[in-house]
Design a protein around this ligand. Structure first.
Ligand code: GUN
Ligand code: FE
Length: 506
């Protein structure tokens, strides 16, 4: 069993026994150091007298259990475009590739068919929670939520708000119409029947989704801010500071004089640079983050995708508001947006997670985001002109494996403000987990080298030497993260329920 503990640490338990409560799907307990020979004793101590009372899943050598991946930024209707359009930068890509595809989701039948295939795939790639953008269409996005509900994934689902700077066939007629459809979607999602498992905890939840500032009028952002203020539990997602042209256009559309005053005072939560934000209030108003803040859209449950070119004042306000970042490195390379300075954000204590950003990103797998997050951090490190500043841990350094694991799991949970419930394997949390295999029958590079040892029985002969087994688990994890794919993801569980993976339904 492998589970993250902090940004720099994870636990590897070579002989763990993990129990899931059948009724709730929550993790009841985890025992370390349970050799097969003492299984019955441990169960008896836990009050389980017969193996008949449990469904036992035993993992073979080369298989391990880990928390499910959390994809904090993915556009479900862009999946049919995946792998095309890499010649464009953001604004041209939206116009020529993305909007024409999203417009097709007006057809609810088409939407339902496409979304069914999308959801099955993201589950099989090991994403147990996703933050989904739908299209601007109410009916199609209802269908998205229903499909996710049916297949048992945990998710946040939003309908794009976009009432300007969009093509005539793919734009909402007014701010009022956009807000009404948003309210209708929220009501629809909240009325879905309760899923099996823990009572009173829906798996699919609504999320406000102003596409980005450019596509929203002042009136629309103000309306969304009011909706958010009414309902503090409502999540919010949007794009921020992805591309130079986008930032320039945003500042043109929202000059400081056009902005309302932020509805709430800055929280006095001891954020590092709070004083600076207050002092430089003028400057904040002329930034991208300042626009969202002025409309009350930056808060603890806000997910901000990209954050590639943040100015200092923006870093401070995001920290002060406790909003989180979805780092989308595959997309940021693919659309030539740039390399986000994730290490710097982590050193500021900002919550960071990973997003595939399909189809700006060309892979639906968080594994690709992990790999590109590593490469991105290495680019940032090699381009730094000075040594990392003293007192920092991550700035201008490459992100190590424990950090990458954290961003892909617990970091995502924290950004979605559900870190108490998912993101790691611990008693009391939901069993949202993957069984991963690096055994040779999987047949991809993640198994090369590993399989020879396993087949020769070399490692088996070493059983009992805990230290070498922990090292071995570390190497399984690293190989899976860097050259794994969906073939390694054998079983996918959400809230204790098996919902996908290569061995599902076999
Ligand atoms: N900004 C506004 N819309 C989008 C989108 O669909 N993808 C990305 N990557 N950025 C956006
Ligand atoms: Fe995006």
């Amino acid at each position: 069993l492998i589970t993250p503990v902090s940004l720099t640490e994870h636990r590897t338990l070579p002989h763990a026994l993990l129990a899931v409560e059948r009724e709730t799907g929550d993790i009841a307990w985890i025992e370390d150091n349970v050799p097969a020979s003492s299984l019955q004793d441990v169960l008896a101590r836990r009050g389980i007298l017969s193996l008949e009372d449990v469904d036992l899943v035993e993992l073979k050598l080369g298989e391990f259990l880990m928390p499910g991946f959390i994809d904090t930024h993915i556009h479900a209707p862009q999946v049919p475009n995946i792998g095309s359009g890499q010649q464009y930068e953001l604004l041209d890509w939206l116009e020529h590739v993305t909007f024409p595809m999203e417009a097709r989701f007006e057809d609810e039948h088409f939407a339902r068919r496409a979304y069914t295939s999308v959801i099955k795939r993201t589950i099989d790639y090991g994403s147990t929670t996703c933050c989904y953008y739908g299209t601007l269409h109410l009916e199609g996005t209802k269908a998205l939520a229903e499909v996710i509900h049916k297949y048992g994934q945990r998710a946040f689902v939003g309908k794009c708000n976009m009432d300007r700077n969009s093509p005539p066939n793919y734009v909402e007629p007014s701010a009022a119409a956009s807000l009404a459809a948003t309210r209708a979607l929220i009501a629809h999602i909240r009325a879905l029947p309760p899923p099996p498992g823990r009572a009173g905890e829906p798996l699919v939840r609504p999320i406000l989704t102003p596409r980005f500032a450019i596509s929203c009028s002042h009136e629309l952002l103000a309306g969304l801010g009011a909706l958010a203020a009414e309902d503090p539990a409502l999540h919010i997602q949007t794009h921020i500071s992805e591309n130079a042209g986008e930032i320039r256009f945003t500042k043109e559309l929202f000059p400081p004089a056009s902005l309302p005053k932020p509805p709430a005072p800055l929280p006095s939560n001891g954020a590092t640079g709070e004083a600076k934000v207050v002092k430089n209030g003028k400057k904040l108003e002329s930034t991208y983050a300042g626009v969202y803040d002025a409309f009350g859209l930056l808060r603890r449950n806000t997910v901000l995708a990209h954050a590639v070119h943040l100015e200092d004042e923006e870093v401070e306000i995001i920290k002060a508001r406790e909003a989180g970042i979805s780092h989308c490195p595959t997309s940021n390379f693919n659309l030539r947006s740039g390399c986000a300075r994730i290490g710097m954000l982590l050193d500021h204590g900002i919550k960071v997670s990973l997003g595939t950003d399909v189809s700006g990103g060309f892979s639906p797998s968080i594994l690709s985001a992990v790999q590109h997050a590593s490469m991105c951090s290495k680019v940032v490190a090699t381009q730094a002109r000075t040594p990392p500043p003293p007192g920092t841990r991550f700035t201008d350094r490459q992100l190590p494996v424990p950090t990458l694991l954290y961003l892909a799991t617990q970091g995502g949970a924290d950004v979605c403000d559900i870190g108490e419930r998912v993101g790691s394997l611990a008693p009391g949390k939901a069993f949202d987990a993957l069984v991963v295999s690096v055994r040779s029958d999987v047949g991809n590079p993640a198994t090369w080298g590993v399989d020879m040892d396993l087949e020769l029985g070399v490692r088996e002969a070493e059983l009992g030497e805990d230290e070498s087994e922990e090292v071995e688990l570390e190497s399984f994890l690293e190989r899976f993260l860097f050259c794994g794919d969906d073939r390694n993801v054998r079983r996918v569980y959400v809230q204790g329920r098996l919902i996908g993976g290569k061995d599902f339904g076999m």
